[in-house]
Design a protein around this ligand. Structure first.
Ligand code: 5RP
Length: 227
């Protein structure tokens, strides 16, 4: 069974004619976008707002009409993958380096749906390194400030040079100590002037589509508990 395909395609059920749809980035949402392309060919009328250049290319290839975020009043539904999902649907995202646009779009969406295979489920966030998008200017100073918060930092590399995001920034992959207060960490990181955004998505996801390993890998849809 292709788990990413199963959960990615399931999200299509939340898309209706006329919607503005936030299109996430990664190998799971690849299946959502591909399937949406098929639906568009069969007559579904939507406009997509991509979270990365990679997604823009894919969406264009499969025939989804795109619109700039600056030209819409709101996003009806955004669908995206995740690197870790905890029981309260808090996430770590940014493994693909698209976290800044992903967070802008997820936050702008009326409903934010996460699609991920059960490998991404964790009791506590933090085994996956937390991506922090930083300005190349003053990198060393920014890195030092992050380390002063108790985090380890590793500059993400690609083919021997620093990985650059679609926005021309760098990514520091960070580990935070056990029992860190994540709400505080999210805020403190973003107070550092050279930090653009971090990959903690706390209280952002509304629905989570995954599979139940204990029940024949059947699809489960979890809803964020607002309380
Ligand atoms: C990209 C992301 C992706 O959603 C995350 O890395 C999951 O990707 P995949 O579906 O390929 O496992 O945050 O920045």
């Amino acid at each position: 069974m292709n788990e990413k395909k199963a959960v990615g395609e399931k999200a299509i059920e939340y898309i209706e004619d006329g919607m503005v749809v936030g299109l996430g980035t990664g190998s799971t949402v690849f299946y959502t976008i591909s399937k949406l392309g098929e639906c568009v060919k069969s007559g579904l009328s939507i406009q997509g707002v991509p979270t990365s250049k990679q997604t823009e290319k894919l969406a264009t290839k499969v025939g989804i009409p795109l619109i700039s975020l600056n030209r819409v009043e709101q996003i009806d539904v955004a669908i995206d993958g995740a690197d870790e999902v905890d029981p309260d649907l808090n996430l770590i995202k940014g493994g693909g380096g698209a976290l800044l646009r992903e967070k802008i779009i997820a936050t702008a969406a009326e409903t934010f749906i996460v699609v991920a295979d059960p490998e991404k489920n964790v009791e506590k966030l933090g085994s996956f390194p937390l991506p922090v998008e930083v300005l190349p200017f003053g990198l060393k100073m920014t890195q030092k400030k992050i380390q002063e918060l108790g985090l380890t930092t590793q500059l993400r590399q690609m083919q021997g040079t620093p990985f650059q995001t679609d926005n021309g920034h760098y990514i520091l992959d960070c580990h935070f100590p056990d029992r860190t207060n994540l709400k505080e960490l999210e805020r403190e990181l973003n107070l550092i002037p050279g930090v653009i955004e971090n990959g903690l998505f706390l209280g952002t996801a509304d629905k989570y589509i995954t599979l139940d390993r204990d029940n024949n890998n059947s699809i489960v849809i979890r809803q964020r508990n607002n309380g």
